[in-house]
Design a protein around this ligand. Structure first.
Ligand code: COA
Length: 243
């Protein structure tokens, strides 16, 4: 929590192109045996890289916030797979969320409240309208259809990342039907289907382009008061590699 009483949310990100094999090997040393084993199972090197970078960054942010060694943190997972750091009872109740996509990993960290982050690589060659038809809410599909052709990709990835950030914040992942809630992009607000027990006023959302090809969205639960203070910065890689 900020001195002003505002919730603080820290988001850091790393573009994997900035790292060479030595840097990656160094970062993988901070991972647990289980994480390293999982990293080894990726078929594509690019998937392995963002996985290692994302998990190393998550550990490093926790170590910077509460002290201790990045390697020593342990995590629990919720019923639908949402990880949370295991922290000493005396430590601040930090909440984290990680996202990785082609070429970039990002981690959001705050205290007490639910937080979800999603990053996506926007250059993917997919039939965006077809994905929207399958997953987006009716009103989102309408907004997408009305968008100028030149804005459509941005609009699609804004919806996609916002939807993922929300389902990651609540921890349900895809157990939450994606058509049961929708975003309005102009004022960046969520609306829920009648049967969903959630309140748009409890949420703060942010959408940002991090690079030419990368979009990020963040969802933070906040009950009233001023909007959270969100700091989004690229990680200082030289410092991270020094450990
Ligand atoms: C797993 C899911 C929560 C996020 O998946 P994703 O967007 O592909 O991946 P991201 O990189 O953003 O997030 C993965 C990280 O989120 C965390 N995570 C896993 N389950 C989570 C959950 N239920 N809630 C919050 N975070 C979760 C983990 O740290 C995971 O990292 P890891 O796999 O390296 O351990 C889920 O929403 C999913 O499978 N989405 C598929 C995407 C899709 O098809 N979307 C439809 C179009 S909108």
């Amino acid at each position: 929590m900020h001195a002003s009483g505002r919730q603080t949310v820290t988001v850091e990100y790393i573009e994997t192109a900035a790292l060479d094999a030595d840097g990656l090997a160094l970062l993988s040393q901070t991972l647990s045996d289980e994480e390293r084993a999982r990293a080894a199972r990726f078929h594509f090197e690019r998937d392995r890289s963002v996985y290692i970078v994302g998990h190393a960054l998550m550990r490093d942010m926790l170590a910077r916030a509460v002290g201790g060694s990045a390697h020593d943190f342990a995590f629990t997972t919720g019923a639908h797979g949402k990880p949370e750091a295991v922290l000493a009872a005396s430590a601040p109740r930090l909440r984290i969320n990680l996202s990785h996509t082609r070429g970039l990993a990002a981690v959001a960290m705050t205290q007490d409240v639910d937080v979800g982050v999603d990053v996506e690589w926007m250059a993917r060659d997919s039939d965006l309208l077809n994905i929207a038809e399958r997953f987006f809410a009716v009103d989102e599909r309408r907004q997408l259809a009305l968008a100028a052709e030149t804005d459509r990709r941005d609009c699609f990835f804004a919806f996609w990342t916002l939807k993922e950030a929300y389902i990651k914040a609540i921890g349900l992942g895809l157990a939450m039907p994606l058509a049961d809630f929708s975003f309005q992009l102009e004022t960046l607000r969520i609306a829920f289907a009648d049967h969903v027990d959630d309140d748009p006023d409890d949420w703060h959302f942010l959408h940002r382009r991090l690079s030419h090809d990368h979009a990020l969205s963040l969802a933070v639960r906040h009950k009233g008061g001023p909007a959270p203070d969100v700091q989004i910065t690229p990680t200082d890689l030289a410092r991270l590699l020094r450990g």
